[in-house]
Design a protein around this ligand. Structure first.
Ligand SMILES: [Zn+2]
Ligand SMILES: [Zn+2]
Length: 293
C-alpha cells in the first residue's frame, strides 16, 4: 500500500525558502488528522531527508556505515520506510508536532533488536534469493535488467520490446544480460551466502511444484519490490495506464520505465502490452521464477 501523500518525494523542485517555511510549520502543533496530512504532504522531501540522515547517523554510530552508493541507497529506502510508518501512525497521534513525532518513530525503530529486517518471509532460501536479487537491482543495472528474466523468463529481445527501448538503450540490454550471466549472478549468490546446494534445491522445487512455488515467489517479489523501490525516490511513484501509454508513445522516460517496471509488478502488468504497439494480442505476464541466469 502506498499512502497517496508519499507519492512525490523528489526534492528537486523545492527552493531554500520553501524548505525553511515548511520546517517551521513542522515544528508547530497540528491538531487534526487532516491538518497532519496536509502539513506533512507539503514537506515530504524535508522529512525524507531527515529520516535518511538519522539512519545514516545510526549506521555510523553502530559501525555499519561505508561511503558508497549501496549504503546511500540503503539509508534512503529505510528513510522512506520510516516516513511511510510515520505517515500512517501520525493520523492517530494528533495533536502532535510532526517533526518530533518523526524523530520518535525513527528512534523507536532503530532501538529494535533487528532494525533493518523488513519482512520475516525473506529468511527462507527462496526469500533470500529474491531479496538478494532485488537488493542488487537497486544498485546494479545488470541486476535490474536480470529481474525481468528471473521473474518472467524474458530474454533480451523481449525486454527491449516490453520496455519500448530503441537504439543504443536497446543494445545495452544485451550487454546487461551477458555480464549478468558471465559473473553478476554468481557474485550476487556469493555475496548473499547462497550455496550451490541451495540453488539446486530451489531449482528442483520449482520444477516439481511449479504452481505453488511461483505463487510463493510472486508474494515475495511484491514484498521485496515495494521495499527496494524506495531506493530511488525519483522513479518511485506508480503511474496510471494513461501516463504509461503517453510515456511509451512519446518515447521519453526510458530510465523510469526500466527502473519502475522491474520493481513494480502492478505497473508492469498494466503497461505490459504498450511496447508491442498493438502488434499482437499478448497474454498478461505471469510470474515464472527462474533461479539460474
Ligand atoms: Zn527478523
Ligand atoms: Zn508501480
Amino acid at each position: 500500500m502506498t499512502p497517496t501523500g508519499i507519492r512525490y518525494i523528489s526534492s528537486r523542485e523545492q527552493t531554500m525558502q520553501d524548505r525553511t517555511g515548511a520546517l517551521g510549520r513542522l515544528e508547530q502543533v497540528v491538531s487534526t488528522p487532516e491538518e497532519f496530512e496536509r502539513v506533512v504532504s507539503q514537506a515530504l522531501p524535508i522529512l525524507l531527508e531527515r529520516a535518511t540522515n538519522s539512519t545514516k547517523r545510526f549506521l555510523r554510530e553502530t559501525g555499519q556505515w561505508c561511503d558508497d552508493v549501496a549504503h546511500e541507497k540503503f539509508a534512503l529506502r529505510w528513510g522512506a520506510e520510516y516516513l511511510e510508518q510515520f505517515f500512517i501512525a501520525g493520523r492517530s497521534e494528533v495533536p502532535c508536532r510532526p517533526l518530533f513525532l518523526l524523530d520518535a518513530v525513527v528512534a523507536k525503530q532503530h532501538s529494535r533488536p533487528e532494525p533493518f529486517c523488513y519482512h520475516p518471509d525473506l529468511l527462507t532460501p527462496l526469500g533470500r534469493l529474491i531479496d538478494g536479487l532485488v537488493s542488487r537491482a537497486a544498485i546494479s543495472r545488470d541486476a535490474l535488467i536480470a529481474v525481468y528474466y528471473h521473474c518472467f523468463g524474458l530474454g533480451p529481445g523481449q525486454v527491449i520490446t516490453v520496455l519500448g527501448l530503441t537504439g543504443p538503450a536497446g543494445q545495452r540490454i544485451y550487454k546487461n544480460f551477458k555480464r549478468w550471466r558471465d559473473s553478476g549472478w554468481q557474485r550476487t549468490m556469493d555475496d548473499m551466502g547462497i550455496t550451490e546446494c541451495e540453488v539446486q534445491d530451489l531449482c528442483s522445487q520449482l520444477q516439481r511444484h511449479p504452481q505453488p512455488s511461483n505463487s510463493e515467489a510472486e508474494r515475495i517479489i511484491r514484498i521485496a519490490q515495494s521495499h527496494y523501490r524506495k531506493s530511488e525516490p525519483d522513479h518511485y511513484p506508480c503511474l496510471s495506464r494513461r501516463q504509461w501509454e503517453e510515456m511509451f508513445l512519446e518515447g521519453y522516460g526510458s530510465d523510469y520505465r526500466i527502473w519502475h517496471l522491474a520493481l513494480c509488478l502492478d505497473c508492469f502488468t498494466a503497461a505490459w502490452d504498450l511496447g508491442f504497439r498493438g502488434a499482437a494480442a499478448i497474454e498478461k505476464p505471469r510470474v515464472e521464477f527462474h533461479v539460474r541466469p
